[in-house]
Design a protein around this ligand. Structure first.
Ligand code: PLP
Length: 433
């Protein structure tokens, strides 16, 4: 093990767990709320599902060898049709159309495709403040410039969005989009909030008015704890409803749903999909990348198609919804009970993997608090400013509930509570009734 690799040590002692944590900075014995990745117990339950789908597909399909060939550019037709049927059911939307779907190697690649093929260097990308920080890094790597937009408890602040849009020169559609708007609309990362129906209508109207492409990271849409379907329809469906009534010559998409199997199956499969209107699909697929390598994740998509068809993906999603729902409820209840009144504000999310905790004392510096948390209490989290352009969230932290089973998470809450009590006692956190 290199010295760098030896810094990444699992919370469990097995070598398998060490391998699973290779990307994650977790010290021995630490409970970490820092990550949006499933713990070992969840992944282990999914292994037999993948095994069964693989056996079924490779044994039962005489044409299974085609999975080892270069794949069709928008994705294997069988998989795409299975995905369309799956989404019609899970989104409760009869309009999901296979011609709007393409396979990706996950939402990170989907966002990268959108940045590469729909934007030009220097173009503005509006992002929520706070937003998923790795998306911001990815956007900046494409030589685009980010512009922060304020957020409320029901997602992006549309008044601020319009103010920022007014400051951006509007391009003629023949020159491309004037700007991109990057959103995590449902059970967002980092705040766990969901954009309301009214705001979704307004956002799509603004996108048409200002010639904006909205890229929705829809990776948490299906991780609703109560009720199988997303609480509000995905933003793409609002745009599609407009486009269905638009004359053929002027149909032009303004919303992309960029989704993934990472959070509803396992991140290691590196499989996702983009749902976008046909004009956008053409821009994303008519590329040197696709011409050279063919459709993305062709073999994996074939196996996932079988998991969709035999119903096992549905069962995995139901199990994850139940596990994450139970964890979130338990963590929130314990936080409320263990942290004294007047110290934090929190909104209990109804889905997804993250909760946002705001210290009422705005002088709290969660970056410094994290250093103490790890050193003295063996607990980790993400400080709020890591998600923020404006750096005005230093008194906030993001807690993720995916990375440990419930009992370990509750031990983590105990440690956070002890940290907070110690900080109140030495005056580094003030109670603000
Ligand atoms: C909002 C958001 N988008 C994208 C990703 C990464 O998705 P993928 O694994 O599909 O690339 C994450 C992972 O945490 C995320 O939270």
């Amino acid at each position: 093990m290199t010295s760098a690799a030896s810094d990444f040590v699992s919370t469990a002692s097995s070598s398998a767990a060490t391998a699973q944590n290779i990307l994650f900075d977790v010290r021995p014995g630490e409970v970490s709320f820092s990550f949006g990745a499933p713990d070992e117990s969840l992944l282990r339950q999914i292994v037999p599902v993948l095994k069964q789908a693989t056996i079924e597909r490779l044994e039962a399909d005489p044409d299974a060898y085609t999975l080892l060939q270069y794949g069709p550019i928008a994705g294997d037709a069988v998989f795409i049709n299975q995905l369309a049927a799956f989404l019609r059911l899970h989104y409760n939307d009869p309009h999901v159309d296979a011609t709007h779907l393409m396979a990706t190697a996950g939402a990170s690649q989907g966002l990268s495709f959108a940045c590469t093929h729909l934007m030009k260097p220097g173009d503005p990308v509006l992002i929520e403040d706070p937003t998923y920080f790795l998306a911001e890094q990815l956007i900046l790597e494409h030589h685009l410039k980010t512009v922060g937009v304020r957020t409320d408890d029901d997602g992006i602040n549309v008044e601020d969005l319009e103010k920022q849009l007014k400051a951006i020169p509007i391009k003629n559609p023949s020159e491309g989009y004037s700007a991109m708007l990057y959103l995590v609309p449902t059970f967002s990362n980092p705040r766990g909030t969901t954009i309301s129906h009214e705001k979704r209508q307004r956002i799509v109207a603004l996108a048409h008015q200002y010639n904006v492409i909205v890229v929705c990271d829809d990776v948490y849409e299906l991780l609703c704890y109560k009720g199988a379907q997303p609480p509000v329809p995905r933003l793409f469906s609002y745009d599609a409803a407009i486009l269905r009534d638009t004359p053929a010559a002027s149909k032009r998409g303004h919303v992309i749903s960029n989704a993934s199997f990472s959070k509803i199956f396992g991140p290691g499969v590196r499989l996702g999909w983009i749902e976008a209107w046909v004009d956008i699909q053409e821009k994303l697929t008519n590329t040197g990348f696709m011409a050279s390598g063919g459709g993305v994740q062709h073999c994996m998509s074939g196996l996932m198609g079988t998991a969709i068809q035999n119903g096992s993906l549905d069962r995995v999603i139901a199990a994850l919804q139940a596990a994450y729902g139970a964890r979130m409820a338990a963590v929130c209840a314990k936080l409320r009970q263990a942290i004294p009144a007047g110290v934090v504000n929190l909104i209990e999310p109804q889905g997804g993997l993250f909760m946002w905790v705001e210290f009422r004392d705005t002088a709290v510096d969660t970056e410094a608090l994290l250093a103490r948390a790890r050193r003295e209490f063996a607990v980790g989290f993400q400080p709020g400013n890591r998600f923020s352009q404006s750096k005005t969230f230093g008194h906030c932290m993001r807690l993720g509930i995916a990375f440990h089973p419930e009992a370990e998470l509750l031990s983590g809450v105990d440690r956070l509570a002890r940290l907070i009590h110690a900080s109140i006692a030495d005056g580094s956190i003030r109670v603000v009734p």
